[in-house]
Design a protein around this ligand. Structure first.
Ligand code: 5RP
Length: 236
C-alpha cells in the first residue's frame, strides 16, 4: 500500500495504522482506542473486512470510533459480550521507549485503559513527534473526574502541581463532558520521572475516575517516521 507524501505526519499515522491492522486475524475481537490515528486504522480494518471477508468484531472506546466503525460496516460488540479481547489498537499523546504513555487528548482515556487491560495484545500507533525521552514535558496528564468532585480534585492536585485546568469544550460552552458524562482535568506535571508514582498520586484523590498515564500495558509501539519508514518498539 502506498500513501500520499504531502503531509508527513498524516502519512506516518496512516503507515503505522496499516501495519497494526495487518496484524489482525480472522475471528478476533478487537478493541479500538480513539483519535485521528485510530480513525485511520478503522478505515483500513473496514477495507479488510470488505475485501477479505474478515470476520472480526470491534469494541470502540468513543462515539467517534463507534460511528466510524458503524459506517465502515465493521460488526460492533461490547465488553459485556467479550470481556477478554484478542487485540487492541490505540493512539497516544506521548510515548517513551519503555512503552509508558500519556493518553486522553481526545478524552477517551478511561475506556481506552479498560480495553487495554482487557486485551491479550495492546498495540499503540503514533507518529514520531509523540516519542519522547521524558513524559509530561509537552503534554498535560488528562484525568477523568466525576463532575461532583471537580473543584475538590483540582484543589487536591494543586498540592502537587501548580498548573491544573478543567478542560474547556470546543464548539460548546463550559467544560468538556466525556462519553461517560464526566469532566477532564488537565494536570501539567512537567517532566515525569516516575509515571507510576504520578498515576498513583492522582488515583488516590477521591473523585478521580482514571488517569491518562498508562504504565506496563502496551505490548508494542509502532512509530511512524518522517523519512517514510517506521520503528517497532516491543515490550522487553
Ligand atoms: C484519546 C487518545 C488518543 O489516542 C490520543 O489523543 C492521540 O490522538 P491522535 O491520534 O488524534 O493524535 O488518547 O483519548
Amino acid at each position: 500500500m502506498t500513501f500520499n507524501l504531502l503531509d508527513w505526519r498524516e502519512d506516518a499515522k496512516k503507515r503505522v495504522a496499516w501495519e497494526a491492522v495487518k496484524l489482525v486475524r480472522d475471528g478476533w475481537v478487537v478493541g479500538l482506542g480513539s483519535g485521528s490515528t485510530v480513525a485511520y486504522a478503522v478505515l483500513f480494518l473496514g477495507k479488510r473486512v470488505r475485501e477479505e471477508n474478515l470476520k472480526i468484531k470491534v469494541v470502540p472506546t468513543s462515539y467517534q470510533i463507534f460511528f466510524l466503525a458503524l459506517n465502515e460496516g465493521i460488526p460492533i460488540t461490547t465488553l459485556d459480550e467479550h470481556p477478554k479481547l484478542d487485540f487492541t489498537i490505540d493512539g497516544a499523546d506521548e510515548a517513551d521507549k519503555n512503552l509508558n504513555l500519556i493518553k486522553g487528548g481526545g478524552g477517551a482515556l478511561t475506556r481506552e485503559k479498560i480495553v487495554a487491560f482487557a486485551s491479550e495484545r495492546y498495540v499503540v500507533i503514533v507518529d514520531e513527534t509523540k516519542l519522547v525521552e521524558t513524559l509530561g514535558l509537552k503534554t498535560p496528564v488528562p484525568v477523568e473526574v466525576l463532575p461532583f468532585a471537580v473543584s475538590f480534585v483540582v484543589r487536591e492536585a494543586k498540592k502537587y502541581w501548580v498548573d491544573v485546568k478543567v478542560r474547556e469544550g470546543k464548539g460548546k460552552v463550559g467544560p468538556v463532558v466525556t462519553d461517560n458524562g464526566n469532566f477532564i482535568v488537565d494536570v501539567y506535571c512537567g517532566g515525569i520521572k516516575n509515571p507510576k508514582e504520578v498515576d498513583d498520586k492522582l488515583k488516590r484523590i477521591p473523585g478521580v475516575v482514571e488517569t491518562g498515564i498508562f504504565v506496563g500495558v502496551a505490548d508494542m509501539l509502532y512509530v511512524g517516521k518522517k523519512d517514510g519508514g517506521f520503528e517497532v518498539i516491543s515490550r522487553s
